[in-house]
Design a protein around this ligand. Structure first.
Ligand code: DGT
Ligand code: CA
Ligand code: CA
Ligand code: ZN
Length: 587
């Protein structure tokens, strides 16, 4: 008990110090807290038996922190902590557990907006106060409101991009623990589903002793908010970002079989098991076995997933396809050398350019140059700047001032040329489709952009027929190249508008309009089934980040995953092509 109390205070001191931008010290407090929480013996007993010296034996506890522990044992308080609390009287605990909010933001919200607790924070976000702070934008506001929703309703599913990076971070740390032979984020996370119910991880070990150490580490991680249960092979916790996280430790010899089993989906696995039974085989999380005279006799223990699929007479299937939507039949055809096998999915490194992003000219957080440099750093060959023109998104950009933006782009492009770089910034816009299907900018101006993207940002609740006509009219405009986030849904927040998607896909085909796969983590629009529908109709697609800051380029991965879940190949995605071929394909 006392260990937890002290760890708790040390963690809070660490957060307070981090607010003030103090280096190293916050980390030292945090490390000490982790180690104190993991102790088997109470610090009170340690202190009683050996004083300060004994406390200093605890890993990451130095003299300074040992003195604080002594102070707590003697007085029930730590003075430094009391002073910090007085100086910044905020509900630190709750505020830091809102995903994406760190100590520095909390200090600024307190100083600049008077935010002391969750209720204040929600009010500030709803009153559009956050976006007015230097360094924050409307996206930050949107993220805060979304995080607060999870705070209140933890039973919902989570957008993949909301949890993926935290999960990978944990996985990387577990990978480094001694005795760990392999790790895998399995379940819907491995399938890169757009939303996930809970997270699942497998860890391969060669001895039971190692398993115990891993479980100890897992339940004591600083990300853990609640422990549901701790077992020898399976433990479950809730993380501070609200997602439940299951870990399973398996013997390294059955890692392949376990990977296959715990990746799912359940429907995919059920189909596989039917095939196994027909072949007189038994498939479970330990391997694939021969059944003879109803008595199972182990003939092999699958090490690799591929072996399992092959034993069933199938080609290995990419996790993103494992939804029992025809992938098993395709894998069978492929293994038998027949046509119509598995798709050759677009790869995670296949994008050459990015066709939607915003700069400071509208509601983005970075300059065009900053966006370009970041894209270049991540290996892109071109980007399209697609700032908004409507006054609610931009107070700078209109049909006159856009000439200045173009000059800025020309200047940057000549700079790239001088540096002998082939990198190019294309001139574009994300023009609004008005209620009647007309566009916010006149054709005279639209003609002058390299690429025109059009999308809906208003009046989402139109009748199905009218909404479909609205978009079709925009697609018929010869200047419109791409329809962005075509269905308008926000994962977990707003349903798609009522739309005849078949008609949209058909018109895209007829008019040569590209449909976007918006990669922003709570959009992922088009969704997988619609991507597949578009691909089958021969419609071309673009995967775009819709970045409003340089940190958003990371979401392109989620857009690629979505494309893969929709069976898309390189030939379906125009920004996986060289720039000249891409431009020639546009209207
Ligand atoms: P989620 O968490 O709702 O986003 O979806 P999953 O697919 O991650 O499902 P989860 O976490 O319940 O289980 C992870 C995987 O474990 C699942 O994809 C397949 C496997 N699995 C779990 N329970 C069963 C089961 O009862 N039968 C079968 N065949 N497989 C299961
Ligand atoms: Ca899961
Ligand atoms: Ca699970
Ligand atoms: Zn948009």
């Amino acid at each position: 008990m006392i260990n937890q109390e002290i760890a708790h205070i040390l963690n809070n001191i660490s957060e307070y110090l981090a607010m003030e931008d103090i280096e190293f010290k916050p980390r030292a407090y945090e490390k000490a807290a982790v180690n104190i929480e993991a102790l088997n013996e109470s610090v009170f007993d340690i202190y009683k038996s050996g004083g300060i010296k004994a406390l200093e034996e605890i890993p990451a506890v130095g003299y300074g922190i040992a003195k604080k522990i002594e102070e707590y044992i003697k007085t029930g308080k730590i003075k430094e902590y009391e002073q910090l609390k007085k100086k910044t009287p905020v509900d630190l605990e709750k505020l830091t557990s809102v995903h994406g909010i760190g100590p520095k933001s909390i200090l600024r919200f307190y100083k600049e907006l008077g935010v002391k607790n969750i209720e204040d924070l929600e009010k500030a976000a709803k009153d559009k106060k956050i976006r007015q702070l230097e360094g924050f934008g409307f996206k930050s506001e949107e993220n805060i409101l979304m995080a607060l929703k999870f705070f209140k309703n933890s039973s919902s599913r989570f957008p993949l991009g909301y949890v993926l990076y935290d999960l990978r971070n944990i996985e990387q740390r577990i990978k480094k623990l001694s005795g760990v032979k392999n790790t895998l984020l399995s379940g819907s996370v491995r399938r890169m589903k757009e939303d996930v119910g809970d997270a699942d991880m497998l860890v391969a070990v060669s001895s039971k002793k190692d398993a115990k150490k891993i479980m100890d580490y897992f339940i004591h991680m600083s990300e853990v908010a609640h422990i549901y249960n701790k077992g020898e092979t399976k433990s479950s916790v809730k993380l501070k970002n609200y997602i439940n996280f299951d870990i399973r430790v398996v013997d390294e010899n059955s890692f392949g079989a376990a990977s296959q089993y715990f990746t799912g989906s359940k429907d995919h696995n059920i189909e596989l098991r039917k095939i196994a039974i027909k072949k007189g085989l038994k498939l479970n999380e330990y391997g694939i076995f021969q059944i003879k005279n109803q008595k199972s006799k182990i003939k092999n223990s699958a090490k690799a997933e591929e072996e399992i699929y092959n034993k069933l007479g199938l080609k290995w299937i990419e996790p993103e396809l494992r939804e029992n939507k025809g992938e098993i039949q395709a894998a069978l055809r492929q293994a038998q050398g027949k046509p119509d096998g598995l798709p050759k999915l677009i790869g995670y490194n296949d994008l050459r350019g990015d066709l939607q992003m915003h700069s400071k000219w509208s509601d983005g957080m970075n300059t065009i140059e900053e966006m370009a440099n970041e894209a270049l750093k991540t290996g892109k060959e071109y980007i399209l700047i697609t700032d908004h023109f409507r006054p609610i998104f931009s107070n700078k950009l209109n049909s006159q001032t856009v000439v200045k933006q173009w000059q800025e782009i020309d200047k940057l492009n000549s700079k790239f040329k001088i540096q002998n770089s082939k990198f190019r910034i294309l001139k574009g816009c994300e023009v609004d489709i008005m209620d009647n299907g007309e566009l916010y900018l006149e054709d005279e101006i639209l003609k002058k952009f390299d690429v025109v993207c059009a999308s809906i940002h208003s009046n989402f609740k139109m009748q199905k027929g009218k909404m479909t006509e609205r978009i079709i009219k925009a697609m018929k405009n010869p200047n419109v190249d791409i329809i962005c986030h075509p269905t308008g849904r926000l994962i977990g927040a707003r349903p798609a508008y009522k739309l005849d998607i078949e008609k949209i896909v058909q018109t895209a085909k007829e008019t040569g309009t590209i449909l976007e796969i918006n990669a922003y983590f709570n959009r992922l629009d088009l969704k997988d089934d619609y991507i597949r529908m578009a691909k089958n109709a021969g419609v071309k697609l673009a995967i775009s980040s819709d970045a409003h800051s340089i940190s958003h380029f990371q979401y392109l991965e989620l857009g690629i995953a979505q494309a893969r879940r929709g069976w898309a190949e390189k030939k379906d995605i125009i920004n996986a092509w060289p720039i000249d071929k891409m431009l020639k394909t546009l209207k």
